[in-house]
Unconditional design. Sequence first.
Length: 288
Amino acid sequence: MTINRHDFLASPEKKLSEYATAHPDAASYSTEEVKETLFEEVISTLRDQQTRLFAEAKSGIVVILQAMDAAGKDEAVTTVFSNLSVQGLRESEPGEPSDKELKRDYLWRHHETLPKRGEIAILNRSYYEEVLGSRVHGSYQNEPMPDKWKEGPVWKRRYRHLNEYERYLTENGFVVLKFYLNVNKNVQKKRLLERMNNPNRNWEFSFSDVDDRDKWEDFYHAYDEAIKETSTGYAPWYVIPADDPWFTRLVIAEIFSQTLSELNPKLPVLSGEEATKLEEYKEKLKKQ
């Protein structure tokens, strides 16, 4: 299967409902084919690409995963990124802001989750919660800032902030990859019930998952608007069908690999002086 990442690029004209729940090619491949053959091929390539990215240490990659509950973000992190080297890999998931963080601007607490050069940072939920959960639950009203900035076009301003923030990151050599996992509401219901009915999976369930499901339309609207307003040429959104978990993981891995191919990191090459010194040390070691 060849994944064309442009098939999943979000565009201002499209609503989330207009994205197909499955890629046209997906039905022609069994889960086992994807899992045992196609997925492993991509992961093998990714391992090599990550090694070169880390060794070159010029660029960093920010991977943003956003979705409704039970869409498969955690599983994507575990299955795709746990196959890479721990060296040069970091993951974070924002919780509620602390009192200390509330005294800062709303993006301050997110900056420390970003990668260093050569690193890949996986944001399992991200600073986009500041225009999603914060919007739906109204928690932005608890931020101790002047009232005039809690009124009017709050979200338009924040979309502009996020676009400029990502432009800043991009122009400093950090690639921003944004994935929205688009799960069907009925599929979400099935997955939540599986967690609730299975004692070994109860720990995965949160009562807030059902509470948020009651606000499905509000979240849907917030995601739809945020994606349209913040999908840019330098930091686009990819809307990934999430009803078939292995297909979801394959698409994420493929798009990630294609991005690294374009970045094309190189292993460092020793200078003439370093090469000469290396030969001297090789001889020294042989004589010991």
